[in-house]
Design a protein. Structure first.
Length: 646
C-alpha cells in the first residue's frame, strides 16, 4: 500500500482497530485520526511517515496500543502522551525522535511495553522509570543516552526485557544488582563502555534467554557459570577483551542458537563440547588466538548442528587439514568463513554442491590450501561471495562456474537474498568487521556478487562460463598463471565494477567492450598488445591499469603512441593486426622504473579479521561502521526481524 493514509477512514466512527503497518505509506500522520475516538489499537509502524506526532492523537482516550515504530518521525517525544492513561503498549522505536525521555510518561501506570530504541534521544536514563512497575519490556537501545545504569531499575520486578545497548553510557562495571532482576528473559547492555569482568551475580538470572554484552571493554575469562544458564538462546560476547579458553561448560547450553565470541583474546583450542549445542544456528569464533586442529567430529558440521546457518572461525591460528565433507548438509547453511588461518592440504571432493542450496558466502582465503578447485563449488547455485585468494591452489578454473546462478541475479531483483528462514533467531548474515570488508553484509543484502581467486597458481584460460555470470560485480583473478585472451564476451557483464586480471600471462588485445560500469580495471603485468581503447570508462583508467608489463600495448594513457592515429574507441570493431607498436628504445628503462614505482593490487579482501584489521577488530571496534555491524548482526529485533513481543 502506497501514498497517504486515506481521509475516508475518518468516517469509521466505531472503528476500534486500525492496522496499516509495514506498507509504504508516506506523508504526515493525519490529524483527523484524533477524531476516531473509538480506537483501541492504532498500528502505523513500518511505513515512511514523516513530521511530528500530532497532538490531536491525545483525544484517543481509549487507546491501549500505539505503534508508530520504523518511520521517519521527528521532533521530541510529546509530553501529552503521559495523559493517555489507557496505554499498555507504546512503540516509537526506529524514528528520528530527539530530546529527553519526557517524565510525563511516568503517569502511564498501565504501560507494559515502552519501546524507544533507535532514535536520537539524549540525557541520562531516567530514574523515574523505576516507578513504572507494570513495565514488562523496556527498549532504550541505540540512542545517545549517557550516565550510568540507574539502580532504581531494580524496582521493576516484572521486567522481562531490558535493552540499553548501543548508547554512550558512562564507563564502569556491569551493575551487580542486575542479578536481582530475576524475571529478566533478555538483557542487552552491549555497545557501551562497560569494563571489568562479567559479574557472577548474573548467574541468578535463571530465566535468561538472551544476554548481550558485546562491544564493551570487558576483560577476564569467560565465566564457567554461563554453562548453567540452560535456557540461553542467544549469547553475545563479541568484541571485548576476554581472555583464556572457551569454557567447555558452554556445551551444556542445549537451546543455544547464537554464540558470538569473535574479536576477543581467546586462546587454546575449540572445545569439542560445543558439538553438544545441537540447536546452534550462528557460531562466530573469528578474530581470536585460537590454535590447534579442529576437533574430531567437525568433518560434517550439521551432524552436530543440523540447523547451522552461519559459521566463522576466521583470523585465528588453526591448522591442519580441513576434513569437511559437508556430505549430509541440509539447505540451511548460508555462510562459511575459514579464512586467515593455517589450514593445509587439498579441498575435499566429497561434497554434493546441490545439497548446499542456501550457501551464499564461502571464504577460505589466506590459508595454505593446495591442489585444484573442486568441481562442486560450481554447483553452489545460491553462491554470491567466493574468496579462495592467497592459497596455493592450482589447475584450471572449473568450467562449471557458469552454473553459479547466484551471480546471474540482476541488481535490484534479489528476493530474500540471505535465504534466511522465518523462524531463525537472526535473519541476517554477519557483517564482517574489518576495514577491508566492513560492507560485506550490505553487499549481500543488495545482491552484490564477488569472486576473488587471486594470488594462487591457476593455469589455463579464463573459462567462457564466467561471462554467463551477468550479475557479477567484482572479479579478481590477479597473480595467477592464466593464459589466453580476454574474451569480448565480458561485455555481457554489464554490472561489473571491478575487474583485476593483473599479473598473469594473458595475451591479445583489450576488447573495447570491456567499458560498461567498471570503476576499477587492472591488466598490468601481462603480455597484451595493441592499442588501448578509449571512450566511456576507459577514459577514467590511469597508467597503472596497464603497465608495468604489456610491452606490446600503445596509447595516450601510457604515453606510447601507436603507429596509426585511429585508436579503437568504444563501439569500434577492429582487427589487432592493424595496429603496429612504435617501440621506443627507452622502454626497458621506463618499464623498470615503473616496476619499482607501481605495484597495484586492486581488490577487496573478503575475510574477516584484525590484520585486515578484520572482520568486521582492533581500532575498527571503535568506529561507526562497527555499530552498523552489530545493529545488523546482533540486534535483528531492531529491524523487526526478531520479535520479543508476543
Amino acid at each position: 500500500m502506497t501514498g497517504h493514509i486515506p481521509s475516508q477512514l475518518a468516517s469509521l466512527k466505531n472503528l476500534q482497530l486500525l492496522s496499516l503497518e509495514y506498507n509504504k505509506l508516506q506523508g504526515p500522520i493525519p490529524t483527523w485520526l484524533g477524531g476516531m475516538t473509538s480506537l483501541v489499537y492504532l498500528f502505523l509502524g513500518g511505513n515512511r511517515l514523516t513530521g511530528h506526532i500530532p497532538s490531536q492523537l491525545a483525544s484517543l482516550k481509549n487507546l491501549e496500543n500505539l505503534g508508530l515504530e520504523r518511520n521517519n518521525l521527528q521532533g521530541p517525544i510529546p509530553t501529552w502522551l503521559g495523559g493517555m492513561a489507557s496505554l499498555v503498549v507504546l512503540t516509537l522505536g526506529g524514528n528520528q525522535l530527539t530530546g529527553h525521555v519526557p517524565s510525563q510518561l511516568t503517569s502511564l501506570k498501565n504501560l507494559q511495553i515502552l519501546a524507544l530504541e533507535q532514535n536520537h534521544l539524549q540525557g541520562p536514563i531516567p530514574t523515574w522509570l523505576g516507578g513504572m512497575t507494570s513495565l514488562v519490556e523496556l527498549y532504550l537501545g541505540s540512542n545517545q543516552l549517557t550516565g550510568r545504569i540507574p539502580r532504581k531499575l531494580a524496582l521493576l520486578k516484572n521486567l522481562q526485557i531490558l535493552g540499553l545497548d548501543y548508547n554512550n553510557l558512562q564507563a564502569g562495571p556491569i551493575p551487580t544488582w542486575l542479578g536481582g532482576m530475576t524475571s529478566l528473559v533478555v538483557l542487552y547492555v552491549g555497545g557501551n563502555q562497560l569494563t571489568g569482568h562479567i559479574p557472577s551475580q548474573l548467574a541468578s538470572l535463571k530465566n535468561l534467554q538472551g544476554l548481550g554484552l558485546e562491544n564493551n571493554n570487558l576483560q577476564a575469562p569467560i565465566p564457567t557459570w554461563l554453562g548453567g544458564m540452560t535456557l540461553l538462546i542467544n549469547l553475545y560476547l563479541a568484541y571485548n577483551q576476554l581472555t583464556g579458553h572457551i569454557p567447555t561448560e558452554l556445551g551444556s547450553l542445549k537451546h543455544l542458537q547464537t554464540l558470538t565470541l569473535q574479536g576477543n583474546n581467546l586462546s587454546g583450542s575449540i572445545p569439542p563440547s560445543l558439538q553438544n549445542c545441537s540447536s546452534l544456528e550462528y557460531l562466530f569464533l573469528s578474530d581470536n588466538n585460537l590454535s590447534g586442529i579442529l576437533p574430531s567430529g567437525y568433518e560434517d558440521l550439521t551432524i552436530w548442528w543440523p540447523s547451522l546457518y552461519a559459521f566463522s572461525i576466521s583470523n585465528n591460528k588453526l591448522e591442519g587439514n580441513l576434513p569437511l565433507t559437508l556430505a549430509s548438509l541440509n539447505s540451511t547453511l548460508a555462510f562459511i568463513d575459514f579464512s586467515r588461518n593455517n589450514f593445509t592440504g587439498r579441498l575435499s571432493t566429497q561434497v554434493d554442491g546441490s545439497h548446499l542450496s542456501s550457501l551464499r558466502v564461502l571464504l577460505i582465503s589466506y590459508n595454505q590450501f593446495e591442489g585444484p578447485i573442486p568441481a562442486w563449488i560450481g554447483d553452489l547455485r545460491s553462491l554470491q561471495v567466493l574468496d579462495v585468494s592467497h592459497n596455493n591452489l592450482t589447475g584450471s578454473i572449473p568450467q562449471n562456474f557458469g552454473n553459479l546462478d547466484g551471480y546471474k541475479v540482476q541488481a535490484g531483483n534479489v528476493s530474500n537474498p540471505l535465504g534466511a528462514t522465518s523462524n531463525s533467531a537472526i535473519n541476517l548474515l554477519p557483517t564482517p568487521k574489518s576495514q577491508d570488508i566492513s560492507q560485506l553484509c550490505v553487499y549481500i543484502l543488495q545482491g552484490t556478487t564477488y569472486i576473488d581467486m587471486s594470488s594462487n597458481a591457476f593455469e589455463g584460460e579464463i573459462p567462457t562460463g564466467i561471462t554467463d555470470l551477468v550479475g557479477m560485480r567484482y572479479l579478481l583473478l590477479s597473480n595467477n598463471k592464466l593464459e589466453g585472451g580476454i574474451s569480448p564476451a565480458f561485455e555481457y557483464l554489464e554490472q561489473l565494477e571491478t575487474l583485476d586480471l593483473s599479473q598473469n600471462n594473458l595475451t591479445g588485445v583489450i576488447p573495447t567492450s570491456l567499458s560498461f560500469a567498471l570503476s576499477t580495471f587492472n591488466v598490468s603485468y601481462n603480455n597484451l598488445n595493441g592499442a588501448i581503447p578509449t571512450g566511456n570508462q576507459f577514459n577514467t583508467f590511469g597508467m597503472s591499469s596497464y603497465i608495468p608489463g604489456n610491452p606490446g600495448l600503445c596509447g595516450d594513457v601510457i604515453k606510447k603512441p601507436c603507429v596509426v592515429d585511429n585508436v579503437p574507441h568504444v563501439g569500434d570493431s577492429y582487427t589487432p593486426d592493424e595496429y603496429q607498436i612504435f617501440d621506443y628504445g627507452s622502454l626497458p628503462g621506463f618499464a623498470i622504473g615503473l616496476v619499482s614505482g607501481f605495484f597495484v593490487v586492486v581488490g577487496i579482501s573478503l575475510t574477516w579479521a584484525p590484520a585486515f584489521n578484520f572482520v568486521f577488530g582492533g581500532e575498527v571496534r571503535r568506529r561507526e561502521e562497527e555499530k552498523r555491524y552489530v545493529e545488523l548482526m546482533l540486534r535483528p529485533q531492531q529491524y523487526g526481524l526478531f520479535k520479543y513481543r508476543t
